[in-house]
Design a binder for this molecule. Structure first.
Ligand code: PEP
Ligand code: MG
Length: 326
């Protein structure tokens, strides 16, 4: 199989019936970068910037951040890269960042965009590093754990200020700047129209979204395997996000673990995703699936399955049967 995946590396990611599918990889440290070429990913769909902070002994300085982001963009050699602004807090603890208030529910607590809007110097420094690293190139980054549209506007104000600051000092700015939001908090599902208008793209963080939709701690093995994201309610919800993106012409992608297994990636394509980001080692298996997939036929099957009574439909079993048949 390893040999098959290697052979597929430079082959296009197109379904059997001719639909192109963008396969991106998730990364977070410089050591991940060689996997871009090794896996044949067409870019980085999620660069988890907090990892640099988690392996450091103290807050990385702006220069160190800029150096890493430049290294990432250099390694990508023009392939698209989506950085994610700091997602610290929750289970991502920084030993040198004293959070005095013990949280009873850290996953629901002071984390990600909430924390960086409350400590704007953190976000400002990071945005400055990103803007400088991407001077003369395209820059794309997204905000984690957005709950309300106003958080996007607040972050944009910080970005605009940094852009003005850098241009005042005649820095080389990015040739284009795209700001996105992650869909991880269910409240966004009832603000999809406003959300799609407020950002340049969205990316579904299916790990957190599933955790919050099902009220199931993603790290607690007692419960984490209890519910299946490949199920009628979660797939209906994902399809709704794709449709809202199409309506507003806002690109939609997904970057949780869900894209990393061929069977669940099939489900994502069937509900309309055309761009998915996953762990690098999954690119080969998922590409092998994509190239064998009659997508139109699968999408029709999925539409029917999602229209039926959820209690009676085992989507996972249906997908496995479809995969066997094809
Ligand atoms: C997610 O929640 O799906 C996601 C991609 O973010 P993380 O796994 O880093 O929380
Ligand atoms: Mg997340």
């Amino acid at each position: 199989r390893q040999k098959l995946y290697r052979e597929l590396r430079d082959k296009p990611s197109v379904t059997k019936d001719g639909v192109p599918v963008e396969l991106l990889m998730n990364a977070g440290l410089a050591v991940d970068l060689p996997q871009l070429a090794q896996s044949g990913a067409s870019g980085i769909g999620l660069f988890r910037t907090e990892l640099q902070f988690m392996v450091a002994l103290t807050f990385p300085r702006v220069e160190a951040q800029e150096r890493l982001y430049r290294e990432v963009l250099d390694a990508a050699e023009g392939r698209p890269v989506t950085f994610r602004t700091l997602d610290i807090g929750g289970d991502k603890v920084l030993p040198y960042f004293n959070v005095t208030h013990q949280e009873e529910n850290p996953a629901l607590g002071w984390r990600a965009i909430r924390l960086t809007l409350d400590r704007p110097a953190l976000l400002r420094t990071q945005v400055r590093a990103l803007l400088k690293a991407a001077g003369g190139r395209e820059l794309k980054f997204m905000l984690p754990m957005v709950t309300e549209i106003s958080e996007i506007h607040q972050a944009r104000q910080i970005v605009d200020r940094e852009v003005r600051h850098l241009s005042r000092f005649a820095y080389h700015l990015p040739t284009s700047l795209k700001i996105g939001a992650m869909i991880e908090v269910p409240s966004l599902l009832w603000q999809l129209d406003e959300l799609m208008e407020a950002v340049d793209f969205v990316s579904v963080g299916s790990n957190d979204l599933f955790q919050f939709v099902t009220a199931t701690d993603r790290g607690n093995t007692r419960v984490s395997d209890r519910f299946d994201p490949i199920s009628v309610p979660f797939l209906r919800l994902l399809r709704q996000i794709v449709k809202a993106g199409e309506k507003h012409n806002t690109p939609v992608t997904i970057c949780g673990e869900l894209a990393s297994k061929p069977i669940s990636a099939m489900a994502l394509l069937a509900v309309g995703f055309r761009s998915v980001s996953m762990s690098a080692s999954s690119i080969g298996p998922v590409k092998a699936m994509v190239r064998e997939l009659p997508l139109q036929e699968l999408a029709e099957w999925m539409d029917e399955a999602l229209a039926s009574h959820c209690a009676k439909t085992d989507i996972r079993a249906g997908l496995i049967e479809f995969a066997r048949k094809h």
